[in-house]
Design a binder for this molecule. Structure first.
Ligand code: ZN
Ligand code: ZN
Ligand code: FE
Length: 764
């Protein structure tokens, strides 16, 4: 919450105050908001933008009320970090309130807002046959529309956006200049007379979709591939074309009422679905989901659902509904459901323009729908899930970027570059940490180019040159080489230290705490693959208090996508190596693998929690080979009904090693659903026991939970409940993903503290 320091003294007297408002207060309609409030309360004075945010002077009676209203009724896209109020001497100038022109030199907008979904007022215009923007796919106002994805540089002004090429018509210009208008200083304002146009009429797009076509549709941050989610042939063709073995597709429906026909949605989930970020939300399928093609989300009880966020999305549903007037139809279930998946062939970055779409999507898309408003910055859809009653980001992208995360302390400007998977970058300015959009896995040249482009854009928008660049300790990553090539001092940060620091940073926690990192694999200080770690973290320092009992990775990295290999490693560990070949030969060269395990050849050890999930899934026969990352763990979680702990299922030795061999042994030959209950329940109980013992030994009560496994709702909620029951205070990731998508924040927070210490000591 902002610290709104109300002026002291009575509320009735005549006062004059100078207000400084900090945060995301430019480009969001804040000055008209101040203007309207002041006018309605008969206050005199002025308001303006400057290099620090919004500055105002108000005079009259009831100034304290005015200040509270300023905060309570702030425009939808505003984010108020602080309101500073200073009393000054009242003047006897005549009344009236004015919006002053910003002083150009100092008026550099401090932030670009994230892209926002169509607001209720614009939606009403979109479906009002009498409005001049009726069915106009690019309508927007001060409270909604594209921002980050169309902005080249600061200040955030029309000439710096991809709307620069569209001259305002007389009507739009009038709205733009009128402080009483919703479009006052709305940079992307446009209408059918002066704005961008779609290459294909909406009715034709819908007709193609209904005829089973796969349509490449230009959106806010890139193209989507779209098809009718109820058409098995179309979804099957899309799946085949994207070579996406079983990885769930997201589905877009018209509104909440429609979403409730295919998924179970509680209040918290409804809020995330229809909130400003409009991410894809993982929801439990309801019986109605059977009406969707089976290939949308095969074999999982969850469905990724998203509501429309651009006018074009809404128009597709409007067309399908028979073009009703008004917006009431959105509150009734609509039949149309669309698969909306990123047009990123081969896992490479999103397609962003029509020519590129024609080239890269040839053979996938049956039709390409383009428009003439260029996408400046590519950005994927965000992905979220509700865990323990609150939203958890799984992928932080469109809708959330570039809103900063507040660090516990201001630090010198540092850049952090993540690791290898789900990479994001992070740049700090004071106590604000700006994360880039989700970039992807840095294992092809186009993604690496996109990463470099995103870092350059971040530096341009944030306006700071880093004094220190943090990267993962792994020496062979593309991100590490990129960091080392920047010609700035670098800092190697251990992977799980960064995971824990990210959660601490997000919670503003400054000081020692325990960290439980449950992850895929990350490079350990001893060069081995860590991933189930209990750490004591204190700022830029940490120590490893313990780890999961190691399993072999038979055959090396390939084991990460073949859970049956982890099952073999578990059998070997349990002294049941002779059973590997008879039990697992149908999945691959099990006998040869047993031999490798016996000889300890090409079997590097790992303490990864993700691989422990794979071993459990493999032993239970739930998933032998993963078609996509974490498939086995998701399948296993999907089977859980009532988790229960196996008494004596774990042990903890003097070195702090948590051994779950007894649990793994108990999974063999067990019914998969029963095994999923036993695995989750025992793992949670063991991790709570382990953390509680360490907390007591260290005299700490805060435990940060991080790593990709925390996406698992059963695990995350079990840990939170279990730790709280032991009197501990768990901290979980929220706005920043617990997986590698949040690493850059943790790296930046650690590097920021190191840079601060160095500057305190006079070292540069
Ligand atoms: Zn609007
Ligand atoms: Zn116009
Ligand atoms: Fe990780």
């Amino acid at each position: 919450m902002p610290d709104a320091a109300a002026p002291a003294g009575g509320t009735g007297g005549l006062r004059r105050c100078r207000l400084r408002i900090r945060g995301q207060v430019q480009g969001v309609g804040f000055r008209p908001h101040v203007f309207a409030l002041a006018e309605s309360r008969r206050l005199s004075g002025w308001v303006t933008n400057d290099g620090e945010g919004v500055l105002a002077e108000v005079q009259g009676r009831g100034v304290a009320d005015f200040v509270s209203a300023l905060v309570d009724q702030a425009p939808p896209l505003a984010r108020i970090d602080a309101v500073e109020v200073d009393d000054c001497v009242p003047t006897d100038e005549a009344g009236g309130f004015a919006i002053l022109d910003s002083d150009r030199a100092g008026a550099v907008a401090t932030e670009v807002p994230p892209d926002a979904p169509v607001c209720p007022d614009c939606l009403a215009e979109l479906f009002d046959p009498a409005d001049r923007r009726y069915r106009y796919p690019f309508l927007t106002c001060t409270h909604c529309g594209p921002r980050f994805s169309i902005t080249r540089a600061l200040p955030y002004d029309r000439p710096q956006t991809s709307m620069a090429g569209f001259a305002l018509c007389e009507s739009c210009a009038r709205e733009y200049r009128d402080p009483a208008d919703r479009r006052f200083h709305a940079q992307p304002v446009a209408c059918p007379a002066c704005g961008p146009h779609l290459s294909t009429p909406v009715e034709e797009i819908l007709a193609r979709l209904r005829a089973g076509a796969i349509v490449a549709l230009k959106g806010l941050g890139g193209f989507h591939l779209v098809c009718d989610a109820r058409d098995p042939a179309a979804v099957g063709r899309l799946r085949h074309a994207k070579q996406r073995d079983g990885k769930p597709f997201a589905v877009m429906v018209a509104g909440l009422a429609s979403a409730r026909t295919i998924a179970e949605i509680d209040a918290a989930e409804a809020a995330v679905l229809s909130g400003l970020e409009r991410p894809v939300v993982l929801l439990r399928k309801s019986a109605g989901a059977a009406g969707l093609a089976g290939a949308v989300a095969p074999g999982l009880p969850w469905l990724g659902v998203m509501l429309p966020y651009t006018p074009l999305h809404y128009l597709l549903f409007h067309e399908a509904a028979g073009r009703p007037a008004g917006t009431a139809w959105l509150d009734r279930p609509q039949c149309l459901a669309l698969v909306m998946t990123s047009a990123n062939p081969g896992g490479e970055p999103l397609v962003r323009d029509g020519a590129e779409a024609a080239e890269r999507l040839a053979g996938i898309a049956d039709a390409i729908v383009d428009h003439d408003r260029p996408i400046v910055v590519r950005s994927d859809d965000g992905v979220a899930r509700v865990v323990a009653g609150k939203p958890l980001a799984i992928r932080r992208a469109r809708g959330a970027v570039p809103r900063p995360v507040r660090l516990p302390q201001p630090v010198p400007p540092v850049l952090a570059v993540g690791a290898q998977m789900k990479v994001t970058a992070c740049l700090t300015r004071g106590a604000d940490a700006f994360l880039s959009q989700h970039i992807g896995d840095l294992d092809d040249a186009p993604t690496l180019d996109f990463f470099e482009e995103a870092v350059a854009h971040l530096i341009r928008l944030v306006g700071r040159a880093p004094v220190l660049v943090a990267h993962d300790r792994h020496p062979d990553l593309a991100s590490t080489r990129f960091a080392e090539g920047l010609g700035v001092a670098t800092l190697a940060v251990q992977h799980h230290h960064a995971h824990i620091a990210a959660v601490a940073a997000e919670h503003g926690h400054d000081g020692p705490l325990l960290g439980l990192a449950l992850d895929g694999v990350g490079y350990g200080d001893d060069g081995t693959a860590w991933g189930g770690e209990l750490l004591r973290v204190d700022g830029a320092a940490y120590c490893r208090l313990g780890h999961l009992g190691a399993l072999a990775l038979p055959g090396g990295d390939v084991a990460a996508s073949q859970p049956w290999r982890m099952a073999a490693a578990a059998l070997h560990r349990l002294g049941r190596g002779a059973e590997i070949a008879p039990r697992l030969s149908q999945h691959g060269p099990a006998a040869a693998l047993a031999d490798l395990l016996d000889r300890g050849v090409r079997c590097p050890p790992t303490t990864s929690a993700g691989r422990l999930f794979d071993a459990a899934a493999g032993l239970l026969g739930v998933c032998a080979v993963s078609g996509y990352e974490a498939e086995a763990a998701m399948q296993l979680e999907g089977l859980v009904r009532a988790p229960r702990a196996l008494p004596g299922g774990w042990s903890i030795d003097d070195e702090g090693v948590l051994d779950l061999s007894v649990l793994l042994d108990a999974l063999i030959d067990r019914d998969p659903a029963d095994g999923a209950d036993l695995f989750h329940g025992t793992l949670v109980a063991a991790l709570v026991d382990w953390s509680a013992r360490a907390a007591e030994a260290c005299g700490l009560d805060r435990v940060a939970l991080a790593g990709g496994c925390l996406i698992n709702k059963v695990l995350a909620e079990g840990l939170v409940d279990g730790l709280e029951a032991r009197g501990l205070r768990p901290l979980t990731a929220r706005a920043v993903p617990p997986n590698d998508g949040g690493l850059s924040l943790g790296q930046a927070w650690i590097a920021g503290q190191v840079a601060q210490d160095r500057s305190d000591c006079g070292v540069d």
